[in-house]
Design a protein around this ligand. Structure first.
Ligand code: SAH
Length: 349
């Protein structure tokens, strides 16, 4: 828990920590040692920093706290998916998910407490956005899942997706800072190629990512390439139209040369006809891309129903005939409300 009068030491970057160590008359290299304890080894206690003198540890204890997340509730699905309800220093809760497959162990992490977008089909949208997560809170979710991967699967974590609660591009700085730490040798040393940021589609921010020439992957929650339908599903489309997104993605590809993934749910009577499939084909021609067809996870008795298997097969046929790579993704962790769009802190008391 945060101690009010002390600064969270993980808010300092390495340079700031070095500066602090020099200011207390310590050797500069001690800062890196502490930094590695804090990030690479995820220590939660200054007393465990065995290569730091007792006197220095006392000074650190007096002046700093180490905020850390706490897995408050743990659930394991019959298909092996694990969901963590994670308590933050201010008692707010977010959820993250471990998804095991034969080849991969993927961590699905949250970037905000709640969400400000109003995608009509998503349970997280029912929670209002409470705040952005700090870089360390995002990082710690990955660490918790990395530990669970070792304990429950005896395998390392292989991939990270920003597909939990919240919109990562509306918490841009902190998400990028977290990714930087996740990838750095002082952090987890995970390759950015194994990280995917999923966005609702904010054209300006996609351009910004492109300009920074980031090395991780981008997924766009498209769900329809026809403005009228997409705006009905996702109000953000009114200010970030299909055309705006296509332009931003062209800029992304020109700068990064990285393929884009489109996430796409096919709903009964909403986007399951040929016209929508053909619009998707046209959209896919803008930049090298692939389509992940996600199964709809019902969140209530509302207007949305998964399209029939026949309609999904017809979509696939149209996409494949046009040379587009498309895969149907099976839903995971539905029995514990851990599947896409189901994260809504149901167990919070
Ligand atoms: N804000 C980001 C990441 C969170 S959502 C984004 O919009 O991409 C992760 C994915 O789950 C998105 O593709 C989202 O559209 C999808 N999703 C949301 N609710 C869903 C539901 N009920 N069933 C299936 N997928 C859903």
């Amino acid at each position: 828990m945060q101690e009010k009068n002390k600064q969270d030491i993980r808010k300092l970057d390495l340079a700031a920590l070095e500066h602090y160590f020099i200011s207390i008359g310590e050797k500069k290299f001690r800062a890196r040692q502490v930094y590695e304890w804090l990030w690479n080894k995820s220590l939660k206690n200054f007393d465990d920093m065995t290569n730091i003198s007792k006197t220095t540890r006392e000074i650190l204890k007096e002046n700093f706290s180490i905020n850390h997340i706490h897995v408050d509730h743990f659930q394991r699905s019959s298909d092996g998916t694990i969901k963590n309800a994670v308590k933050l220093f201010d008692n707010k809760i977010v959820e993250s998910v471990l998804i095991p497959t034969t080849k991969r162990i993927t961590a699905c992490v949250s970037s905000q407490v709640g969400c400000s977008l109003d995608c009509n089909f998503c349970a997280t949208a029912r929670l209002k956005r409470m705040r952005n997560l700090n870089p360390d809170e995002i990082y710690d979710q990955v660490v918790a899942i990395q530990q669970e991967a070792r304990i429950y699967y005896e395998r390392p974590l292989t991939n990270i997706v920003f597909m939990g609660m919240g919109e990562p591009l509306l918490n841009y700085q902190n998400v990028l800072a977290a990714i930087e730490k996740i990838c750095s040798p002082e952090g987890l040393g995970i390759s950015p190629k194994r990280i995917t940021l999923s966005t609702v589609g904010i054209a300006k921010m996609i351009r910004k990512l492109a300009d920074e020439e980031v090395k991780f992957n981008l997924a766009l929650s498209l769900h329809s390439a026809i403005n009228e339908t997409r705006s009905r599903l996702m109000p953000i489309n009114e200010s970030n139209t299909v055309e705006d997104l296509a332009d931003a993605l062209k800029h992304w590809y020109a700068k990064t040369k990285r393929k884009v993934t489109y996430e796409y749910v096919i709903w009964d009577g909403i986007n399951d006809d040929e016209a929508h499939a053909r619009a998707l084909v046209k959209f896919c021609k803008h930049v090298p891309s692939k389509v992940n067809i996600i199964q709809y996870n019902p969140i209530d008795e509302g207007e949305f129903r998964q399209a029939s298997a026949d309609k999904v097969a017809l979509y696939l046929q149209i996409l494949n005939a046009a040379g587009i790579v498309a895969k149907v993704r099976k839903s995971r962790g539905q029995d514990i409300d851990a599947a896409c769009g189901q994260l809504a802190n149901k167990n919070e008391v």
